[in-house]
Design a protein. Structure first.
Length: 212
């Protein structure tokens, strides 16, 4: 089963992707994590992407699609995958179709902008493995420490209030048209993201016809 998770920054895509990986036994492909890894490693792609990400702007399609095409061709994606954070534009969605990358379900996690802003201020991310937490909704077992790898949790630059508002503007201007695109293809499922993590996960599994 090949899935796409849509939703504004902070809607819970990363958290839900982690749960779906465990329940469906397929990998999650987060372009955000891959790009941040490239930045940390100082690669050419990382250098190009850093300026866009720091400003809360979208990374150019050719960079994103190159990463995704290589990733889904790997053996662990043979039984399916979850795309988290891509496609973000209509052009990216059309390019995925043109590449023959089959998508079975597109889940849009819906959350009001005001709720998003509140969530982002409490978000903490592992600087090493990219695992995501929230000081209220999904806290780590030890304050400031990643459950998965024990590294320090940080506040990302793109989670600062002024950058969050810019990212939401970009999302509404470019990504929401994807709901129309996938809706016409009969693949869109809409889920309320303003509820418990477990509740949202159950709704997602029901929407895609998987066992809860």
């Amino acid at each position: 089963m090949n899935l796409i998770l849509l939703g504004a920054p902070g809607a819970g895509k990363g958290t839900q992707a982690e749960l779906l990986v465990k329940k469906l036994s397929i990998p999650a492909i987060s372009t955000g994590n891959m790009l941040r890894e490239a930045i940390a490693n100082g690669t050419e792609l990382g250098k190009k992407a850093k300026q866009f990400m720091d400003e809360g702007a979208l990374v150019p399609d050719e960079l994103i699609l190159g990463i995704i095409g290589d990733r889904v061709a790997q053996s662990d994606c043979a039984k399916g995958f979850i795309l988290d954070g891509v496609p973000r534009t209509l052009a990216q969605a059309e390019a995925l179709e043109a590449k023959g990358i089959r998508i079975d379900h597109v889940v849009s996690i819906e959350v009001d902008d005001s709720v998003i802003e509140g969530r982002m201020t409490g978000r903490r991310v592992c600087g090493k493995c990219g695992a995501s937490y929230h000081v209220v909704a999904n806290p780590p077992k030890v304050d400031g420490v990643c459950d998965s790898c024990g590294s320090e949790l940080v506040i990302r630059k793109d989670d600062k209030p002024e950058t969050v508002r810019k990212r939401l503007e970009v999302y509404h201007a470019t990504t929401e048209v994807l709901k129309d695109f996938y809706g016409k293809l009969g693949r869109l499922c809409v889920v309320n993201g303003d509820q418990s993590i477990e509740g949202a996960n159950e709704d997602i599994l029901k929407a895609i016809g998987a066992k809860v």
